[in-house]
Design a protein around this ligand. Structure first.
Ligand SMILES: Nc1ncnc2c1ncn2[C@@H]1O[C@H](COP(=O)(O)OP(=O)(O)OP(=O)(O)O)[C@@H](O)[C@H]1O
Ligand SMILES: Nc1nc2c(ncn2[C@@H]2O[C@H](COP(=O)(O)O)[C@@H](O)[C@H]2O)c(=O)[nH]1
Length: 358
């Protein structure tokens, strides 16, 4: 894949943004990846969002891609650094939590979207500075206690964790509020939104549709919190295959008898639904234990003990991040010094060898 001719890029940078149909461009930048020049520009046209247009050199034409994710708002200036499957965008003069963005151009999510739509797709994702950690995906059979454990975590650390509010076609239970526990929706609407690519993952669970919208996860990240997803095993598998880097925890019941007792005592399902959920539980537990999707498998026998193990699992993931961010660079630095010293010793000894008088 060659670079776009300099002329094209210059043309683009010199204001050949007509193709973008943007008026009053306040910031613009260009990144070339293979045959494509990505022109990224903000227009003061009322939407105040940064738009993207692609010049495809192999076709010799402008393409306006479908844009997924929340678009960043326009700013005073932009810089672009092409990376392997995305373009790093730096917004000048923006607040620290709004400075770093990624325009995904060839990630697994984008490729999947291109396949669904049959056209060019790009996706915005926000770069996070600071302490925001990987999202936590929690799965397990119905009634095992996922919701209970998540509530405990959110109650103890309200400013650290945020819940990803899923969409579902099932009816609300007594105390459940729309937009808080779930976004309750119609099957036809959800199917349409799935086709439009609104969901990071979705699955048919116990006879209803459930799904995590891209927006639900972004809302939590935008609030500077660590996202918690309560989703079934199929959903966890899809997230594992997506570009969202998360940690995956599977919760197991101590026994099927105890699971049945918890479901019955909860009293939120009809007899028919309880039996369906119990039938599905066996396969879910089997998949959860054997699928290689999950980083941690926890048994929820005594609630407090399981909650303590959940907190350890969540912070162990943090420890490995500390390793990546602190110890790994330190090891690389020590190795580099070691290699430089070896190189220096070699150079000195070969000079001595050439000139024995030294
Ligand atoms: N360790 C435990 N011991 C006894 N009861 C528990 C334990 N953990 C949770 N429960 C109870 O079991 C019931 C089911 O828990 P919860 O609703 O959290 O399950 P869930 O996994 O979120 O289910 P679903 O997937 O259907 O939403 C609740 O009544 C809860 O109080
Ligand atoms: N794949 C997804 N599964 C989800 C999502 N939200 C919830 N769930 C799972 O559904 C079952 C049943 O939940 P309930 O609230 O009806 O009892 C449970 O296993 C949840 O984990 C989702 O967005 N995607």
């Amino acid at each position: 894949m060659g670079e776009a001719p300099a002329l094209l890029v210059d043309d683009v940078q010199d204001g050949a943004l007509n193709g973008l149909e943007l008026k009053n461009v306040t910031c613009k930048t260009t990144a070339t990846v293979g045959d494509k020049a990505y022109v990224i520009g903000g227009a003061d046209d009322g939407t105040l969002s940064i738009e993207v247009q692609i010049f495809d050199r192999s076709l010799g034409e402008w393409v306006r891609p479908t844009v997924r994710g929340t678009k960043p708002v326009s700013c005073n200036g932009l810089s672009a650094v092409p990376l392997e499957d995305r373009i790093l965008i730096l917004k000048k003069g923006s607040k620290p939590d709004d400075q770093i963005w990624f325009l995904e151009i060839d990630t697994q999510y984008v490729r999947q979207q291109q396949k669904i739509l049959g056209s060019e797709v790009v996706a915005w994702s926000k770069g996070v500075i600071g302490n925001a950690e990987k999202p936590v995906v929690i799965s397990g059979p119905s009634g095992v206690g996922k919701g209970t454990l998540i509530s405990m975590l959110m109650k103890e650390f309200p400013s650290m964790f945020g819940f990803s509010v899923s969409h579902t076609t099932r009816a609300p239970r007594g105390m459940e509020k729309d937009g808080v526990h779930y976004h309750f929706t119609e099957k036809s609407i959800m199917e349409k939104e799935i086709k439009e690519g609104k969901f990071l993952e979705f699955a048919s669970v116990h006879g209803n549709l459930y799904g995590t919208s891209v927006e639900a996860v972004e809302l939590v990240a935008d609030a500077g919190k660590r996202c918690i997803l309560d989703i079934d095993v199929q959903g966890a598998r899809s997230v594992r295959a997506s570009s969202l880097e998360a940690i995956f925890i599977f919760i197991c019941p101590p026994s099927m008898e105890e699971l049945e007792k918890r479901l019955r005592d909860r009293g939120t399902e009809t007899e028919e639904q309880i039996l369906k959920r119990l039938r599905n539980a066996e396969a879910e537990i089997e998949q959860g234990k054997s699928s290689q999707v999950f980083d941690f498998i926890l048994y929820n026998e005594k609630l407090e003990e399981c909650y303590e193990r959940l907190k350890v699992s969540v912070s162990e993931a943090k420890t490995s991040r500390v390793f990546e961010m602190f110890f790994l660079p330190l090891i690389i630095l020590i190795l580099s010094i070691h290699w430089c010293r070896n190189y220096w010793d070699l150079t000195v000894s070969s000079l001595l060898h050439l000139n024995p008088d030294l």
